[in-house]
Design a protein around this ligand. Structure first.
Ligand SMILES: [Cu+2]
Length: 311
């Protein structure tokens, strides 16, 4: 009695071929990869405007670490809370499709992470690419806890604009010499507006226009004739900010992780991130990637300015 190995019928052969082929294709080529990050919430001494104070940071960095992923990737970010304050992190602008528990607003989609506890944010980036950011989403901890969230196109997919020579995140923020938690609790008690910050910052640095701050300026060395992609993020608490570079035109190519029809402008208005209210209109003009044709001639410095204009 022998066993007959029959040749499978054609439809089964096709099925087996497709199945084996699918198994052989690397998973990341289909749906992106999983990226792991660890955010340790801890205190760090930082000096600005000649004031040294202990601020709450992610991994001791101010601004916080950069998250880089591709469209289609899954992010697993473990947040461990080592400070006395409750904490939660909002992935600002991410469409949380079937992952609402990972959105981040404290007391809205999750209980905050308590001292000594941790939480793993788990979400997949779907249909978005460009510049977003993450920040704390409880009380005013976002004044020191924030950082870029950069979404590159899928592997092998080019930008729909000239490939930049370099990409530079430029994140606007604010600095208070006092404790921001005291400022917001005072404002809530009195019902008045919160005290204004002592400085606006670019990548955590106030720049040379403030007292005792000449050395704490963000400098970007550029090569003449090269194109730079500036990933602008307004992580200020509540203020709309105007951004410009002396003697330069900026071309806006993306807003809020959506490519736009490029347009040129000398000055750009960027609204701040919303807090508990994820206002779509505001987030539409929140983050912008700029394509900056650098026409600087050699050995020249150009002032990069952010400012508030009272109207
Ligand atoms: Cu947010």
């Amino acid at each position: 009695m022998g066993v007959h190995l029959l040749s499978p019928p054609p439809f089964l052969r096709l099925f087996l071929f497709s199945f084996i082929t699918l198994c052989l294709i690397p998973q990341h080529a289909l749906a992106g990869i999983t990226r792991h990050y660890k955010f340790e919430i801890k205190l760090q001494n930082v000096t600005r405007l000649c004031h040294t104070k202990s601020i709450i940071t992610v991994n001791g960095q101010f601004p916080g670490p950069r998250i880089i992923a591709r469209e289609g990737d899954q992010l697993l970010i473990k947040v461990v809370n080592h400070v006395q304050n409750n904490i939660s992190i909002h992935w600002h602008g991410i469409r949380q499709l079937r992952s609402g528990w990972a959105d981040g607003p404290a007391y809205v989609t999750q209980c905050p992470i308590q001292t000594g506890n941790s939480y793993v944010y788990n979400f997949t980036i779907t249909g978005q690419r460009g510049t977003l950011f993450w920040h704390a989403h409880i009380s005013w901890l976002r004044s020191t806890i924030y950082g870029p969230l950069i979404i590159l196109p899928k592997r092998g997919v080019p930008y729909p604009f000239t490939k930049p020579y370099k990409e530079v995140p430029i994140i606007f923020g604010e600095w208070w010499n006092a404790d921001p938690e005291v400022i917001i609790s005072q404002a809530l008690q009195t019902g008045g507006g919160p005290n204004v910050s002592d400085a606006y910052t670019i990548n955590g640095l106030p720049g040379p226009l403030y007292n005792c701050s000449t050395k704490d300026a963000f400098k970007l060395k550029v090569r003449p004739g090269k194109t730079y992609l500036l990933r602008l993020i307004n992580a200020a608490l509540n203020d709309e900010l105007f951004f410009s570079i002396a003697n330069h035109t900026l071309k806006v190519v993306e807003a809020d992780a959506v490519y736009v029809k490029p347009f040129e402008t000398r000055t750009i208005l960027i609204a701040p991130g919303q807090t508990t209210n994820s206002n779509q209109l505001s987030s539409m003009i929140l983050h912008r990637s700029l394509w900056c044709p650098n026409r600087a001639s050699r050995n020249k410095n150009f002032l990069i300015v952010i400012e508030v204009r009272l109207t």
